[in-house]
Structure formats: C-alpha cells, structure tokens
Design a protein around this ligand. Structure first.
Ligand code: SAH
Length: 387
C-alpha cells in the first residue's frame, strides 16, 4: 500500500545506473559511509520507497552485512539491482590480530587500494574502546611518533574509518562502546570525513553511540578546534600538548610553529565552554626532554584554573627515534606535582608497547618487513612525494 511503483526500464541495469547518475551520484554507489538522506536519494532514483534506504543501512551498519544478497527483508529483485549498482566496502585483516595482553589487540587492515591502516581495540570490563585511524600516514611530523615517518599517503573516507569499528567488533565479538580518534593521522586535517564518521556512529540506524563516548585527538590545529566547537557535537576534545612552553613544543611538534600555546589553550577553553566538556591534554613523557620539575611547574601554571585534565602517557619507544620513556618514578613525580597545584592528572597505562601499539608502528614494521623481502617500496609506506 502506498508503494511507489518501481520503474524497470527496458534496458534494466544500465537504466538504474543512469538514474543514479542523473540524481548526481556516482556509480557504483559506496553504501558504507552514506547518511540516511543520501541512501534515500539512491533508492528514490531506483524508484523504490524511502523506507528501503533505512533497511539497507541497518543491514550495513548494525548487522554488518557483507553483501546486498543477505538483506532478506528486501525483495530479491531489488537485492540483485543493488548488487549491480552498489558496493559495501570492507577492510581486510592484513596481519593476524596481535595481542599479548587481555586488554589490547592491534589490527592492521588492508584497504581496497592496497594501503594499510591500524586500529586498536582496548577491552575494559563490560565494554571495549576502539582507537581508529583517519589517514594513511601523517604529515604532522611529530618527532617522537612513528605514524609520520613515511609521510602522508592519503585521507580515509568516513566509510573506511567506520569500518574499522565494524571490523574489530566482528573479529573480536566485543561490542564497541567508546571510540577514540587517536590512531594514525590528524583528524582535523581530514575534517569532513572525521565529522561524518562521528555523526554516523551516533545515528540510530548505525551504532547509536553517544557523542560523549567519542574522543577526537588533535595535534593542535587551532582553526580546526574552532570549527569543531561550532559543530555542536559534545565529543571530548583531546589536545596533544607534550610541552608546556612554545620553544620546547616547537622542537617536538612542527605544528607548534603555526599556533602558540596561548592560542591553542584559548581555542581549547572555548571548546570546553561551547560543549561543556572538559578538555583532555595529552602529555607524552620523554626521558630528560619534557619530564623535569621545570616542565611540571610550567604545565601546572599553564593549565591551573582551566576546565582541563592531563593524561600522562609514558612514551612508547619507536625504533627510528632516540627518545626513551621516562622512568616510572619520574612519571609519578610529574603527576603528583600537577595534582599538588590543582591540575587533574592521570597516567595512561603503557599499553601494548610489545605489540607495536604506538601510533603507526605496526604499519611501519610491516613496511620494513616487506622492504627486507624485496617487495618494492612497501605499499604501506609510500612517501607523499610524487602524489
Ligand atoms: N594526530 C592526532 C591523533 C593521533 S596521535 C594527535 O596528534 O593528537 C594520538 C596520541 O599519541 C597523540 O597525543 C600523540 O602525540 C601520541 N603519540 C604519538 N607517538 C607516540 C609515542 N611514540 N608514544 C606515546 N605517545 C605517542
């Protein structure tokens, strides 16, 4: 009843493709990564009723259907037409899941073009947290980070970011209740795809995740933070600080040459005000570089009285870098001196150092293995040059 009659042109399948193109969409249609209104446009071009779009997306996001043929509440004829004009992307596991603790499992996934991305699943008691990548490689150039060593390769799409969550759920049988955008890449440099991903996570036809259970971590792109504040999404903002004064921060993070600490903390404060969310400052402790009494004092002075929280991260050593993690005693002392000055600080447990869990290390390890075996330049580690 009330069903729109389906138009089945004489030329059948190519008629569908033409109708989709005429609606301004490209064929094949990549369904994973579409919002409901976008999927409705596709189904409308096929002469199908609106509610079919929701059915298709529920299959893709909630039931993780690998193909249209599984969608048993759609007419068989529609399933075969969708198979012709549509695709459902799916990342392929590129390594065995590496896990040496009960809590952390690291995955390397192969993308359709042969590139690779890392995703980490961190298990807590009842729920799990997924750490997703937003780019293949990274152009930020932080001196202690493995992700940036091979340079930037390409942006991920919203569907590719979302599928990291779907894949770790499927491969581990664990429901993801929290998402941290803290894998490889700078999310605010891939702004549109990151926001689309975050919104998709929240949609009721998808995972229905609360925005409060999502954290976006940035190396400190001030205009991106301002744009995010205006977005009106109450996601937690994490700012990678790593140094309490500009001169030291500029040595560790090239991005600090563009915006100084005053601008950065100002933007983070404005974010906190706009969203009511306490900002997290990430501070990786590097032995003899940023972990002294002076830095603890400067950091406390910088953040005291702000709606902020410091997450101290013992450095994960990266083979290509000389930096060492601060000893446990220095970490505790640093934390205590922040707390004494009224700045909330927690220490992140060093997770997965033995499974290359620091950003970008698994992908690099694989690229190096490939190079050692003489597999060309290693598709997972292509520099940005010539692109
Ligand atoms: N580009 C974003 C998100 C990815 S990095 C950002 O910079 O925030 C996630 C966090 O891990 C950042 O705080 C980053 O500085 C930190 N990190 C990178 N390499 C690390 C290492 N070797 N040990 C510990 N933390 C590291």
């Amino acid at each position: 009843m009330g069903r729109i009659m389906k138009s089945t042109p004489k030329n059948g399948q190519s008629g569908d493709a033409a109708a989709i193109s005429a609606a301004g969409l490209s064929v094949p249609v990549e369904f994973k990564g579409l919002f409901l209104d976008e999927a409705e446009k596709v189904l409308a071009a096929l002469g199908e009723p609106r509610y079919r779009a929701r059915q298709v997306l529920e299959w893709i996001y909630r039931r993780d259907a690998p193909s249209f043929s599984e969608m048993s509440n759609l007419p068989a004829e529609l399933r075969s037409r969708l198979t012709v004009i549509g695709r459902i992307l799916r990342l392929a596991p590129a390594t065995k899941n590496v896990s040496t603790s009960d809590e952390t499992t690291k995955f390397l996934f192969r993308l359709r073009d042969g590139e690779a991305v890392e995703t980490v699943l961190i298990r807590y008691r009842q729920w799990a947290s997924a750490c997703v990548s937003t780019q293949v490689g990274c152009r930020m150039g932080c001196s202690f980070c493995a992700s940036t060593i091979g340079g930037f390769v390409r942006q991920l799409t919203a569907g590719e970011i979302l599928d990291q969550v779907l894949r770790v759920q499927a491969l581990t049988g664990q429901a993801v209740g929290r998402v941290v955008v803290m894998g490889t890449g700078e999310p605010l440099e891939n702004y549109d795809a990151t926001i689309k991903f975050v919104r998709l996570l929240h949609e009721p036809y998808s995972l229905g995740l609360g925005y409060r259970h999502i954290t976006i971590s940035t190396s400190g792109l001030v205009p991106g933070i301002q744009r995010l504040a205006a977005e009106g999404l109450p996601v937690t903002l994490a700012v990678s600080l790593h140094a309490p004064r500009d001169e030291l921060r500029r040595q560790l993070m090239p991005v600090a040459k563009r915006w100084d600490l005053e601008e950065l903390v100002g933007a983070a404060d404005a974010y906190g005000e706009a969203t009511g969310r306490r900002v997290t400052y990430e501070y990786t402790l590097i032995d003899g570089v940023n972990d002294g009494r002076r830095e603890a004092r400067e950091l406390a002075d910088l953040l005291a009285g702000h709606l902020a929280h410091v997450n101290l991260i013992p450095l994960n050593p990266v083979a290509e870098r000389a930096f060492r993690p601060s000893p446990g005693a220095a970490v505790r002392e640093f934390q205590q001196s922040l707390e004494r000055k009224g700045v909330a600080a927690t220490v992140r447990r060093e997770m997965g150092a033995d499974i290359n869990a620091a950003c970008g290390q698994l992908r690099r390890a694989r690229a190096k293995e490939g190079a050692a075996r003489g597999e060309g330049a290693g598709r997972t580690d292509r520099p940005v040059k010539g692109r």
